[in-house]
Design a binder for this molecule. Structure first.
Ligand code: MG
Ligand code: MG
Length: 259
């Protein structure tokens, strides 16, 4: 069952999702070599609570933290730890969720730590571009397969691979609503998109092969070949002609550009 949202509900979703981006912008101020992922998690939780919201990930299916912090070959669901000290040349994918006024915010951004290689920089740029290729398709009358195809085609044409085991999702009063939003697909296939659908689009793109493994902690997911992986996520409302983006990366990037 896909829940269509009213304009009022979409505004509440926007508020929750903008808070996620403001939280990620707070992290952008401090991500540098020497910082631990546990420090990022503490900062995020305090910021979310100070803004009258609840960290949506904490306790979700037993997840122990407010952020997922996935470093280098970790794809998603990395658990913040004081043992994970970021170092120059790392990348860290930070996925963050909020719950405010009954609605969920959910966005992710992959940050460079210090100076990263050109090869990894290009992976990050391409993954982010593919997110916006997907968003371009989130308009009334297109199908979910059009959206997945746009992401997959953009990344595979450049030699990257698309993770299949994890996908985007509907978002609303619950973090994961129908439909699933794969980052791969065939044009003209899948459910028809309608105004009022709210979706989290979140390509997880690998530099090497698409195969992944889940570690014994039951959460942390890595690439099987040990090569880096990137993850960018936005929430959008499907609309006529042009998607309404409920997240806002410019809040994060205005911080990064000042550093
Ligand atoms: Mg997320
Ligand atoms: Mg998500």
């Amino acid at each position: 069952m896909i829940f269509l949202k009213t304009e009022e509900e979409i505004e509440l979703l926007r508020e929750s999702n903008l808070l996620v981006c403001k939280t990620l912008a707070e992290l952008a101020k401090v991500i540098q070599p020497g910082v631990t992922t546990a420090q990022l998690d503490k900062l995020a939780e305090e910021f979310i609570r100070d803004n009258g919201a609840i960290p949506a990930f904490k306790g979700y299916c037993g997840f122990p933290a407010s952020l997922c912090t996935s470093v280098n070959d970790q794809v998603v669901h990395g658990i913040p730890s004081d043992k994970v000290i970021l170092k120059d040349g790392d990348i860290v994918s930070v996925d963050c969720g909020t719950f405010k006024n009954g609605f969920v915010g959910d966005s992710a951004y992959t940050f460079a730590v210090g100076e990263i290689s050109d090869e990894v920089k290009l992976l990050l740029e391409t993954t982010k571009e593919s997110l916006f290729k997907g968003i371009e398709q989130a308009v009334e009358g297109r199908r979910l397969g059009d959206l997945g195809y746009a992401i997959q085609n953009h990344c595979e044409m450049r030699g990257y691979s698309v993770v299949r085991e994890f996908v985007g999702h509907g978002v609303g009063r619950k973090m994961h609503e129908a439909p699933e939003v794969p980052n791969y697909g065939s044009r003209g296939r899948g459910p028809m998109l309608k105004t009022g659908m709210t979706l989290c689009i979140e390509p997880m793109i690998n530099l090497g092969k698409r195969d992944i493994i889940v570690e014994r902690d039951g959460w942390t997911t890595r690439t099987r070949d040990g090569k880096p992986s990137a993850h960018f996520e936005n929430a959008v409302a499907v609309a006529k002609g042009k998607a309404d983006i409920l997240s806002d990366f410019t809040i994060i990037e205005s911080v990064l550009n000042q550093r």
